[in-house]
Design a protein around this ligand. Structure first.
Ligand code: SF4
Length: 195
């Protein structure tokens, strides 16, 4: 006998369905004024308006499609504008197995992105080559470009991708405006042969 439909319906808890406001950056509040630093305001704006460039080559890309879909909805994080033009994106998301032949292409895409730019390696293949410990597969995209956040899993579930995305937002929010001009950052890029 078929299971009655009413047993499959779970009541939703709607008590916390309000609209959450973004937290104000650190600063001083007084009567009629609020002060903070430029770093904090710019970091807040950047972190809530990241434009991802999905560089998807295989199965992890399917998880990204689910992440963009209505159930997980990356748009909630201010990132519904997924772009395939590196010059207008600031977050490179590499998802899938990257063959050594594709390495220079990933690097070229990275070079075409303007600063500030961030990189997320999504899944075991992009992070470390995954199960493909072979002559033809790049053993992690950090061999060609600097990576900010690694998302583990084969494939990572959309929740894990969202978690990695929030880690990137946290980095972006707290990054100093001067970091990109620092000697440490220049040395990091030079170690990848990037001027
Ligand atoms: S990590 Fe797993 S799911 Fe992702 S691209 Fe590699 S083999 Fe596919």
């Amino acid at each position: 006998m078929a299971r009655p439909v009413r047993f499959n319906i779970k009541e939703k808890d709607t008590s916390n369905w309000g609209i959450n406001m973004v937290e104000a950056p650190e600063g001083f509040t007084g009567e009629g004024f609020f002060t903070t630093s430029l770093d904090r305001v710019v970091g807040l704006a950047r972190s809530k308006s990241l434009w991802p460039l999905p560089f998807a080559t295989s199965c992890c890309g399917i998880e990204f499609m689910a992440t963009m879909g209505s159930h997980y909805d990356l748009a909630r994080f201010g990132s519904e504008r997924v772009g395939f033009s590196p010059r207008q994106c600031d977050l490179l998301m590499v998802m899938g197995t990257i063959a050594k032949k594709m390495g220079p292409v990933v690097k070229q895409v990275y070079l075409q992105m303007a600063e500030p730019r961030w990189v997320m390696a999504v899944g075991a293949c992009a992070s470390s080559g995954g199960i493909f410990d072979t002559y033809s597969v790049l053993q992690g995209i950090d061999q060609v470009v600097p990576v900010d956040v690694y998302v583990p899993g084969c494939p990572p579930r959309p929740e894990a991708i969202l978690d990695g995305f929030m880690k990137i937002q946290d980095l972006v929010h707290h990054e100093s405006l001067r970091r990109r001009n620092s000697a440490k950052y220049t040395a990091l890029l030079e170690s990848y042969g990037i001027q």
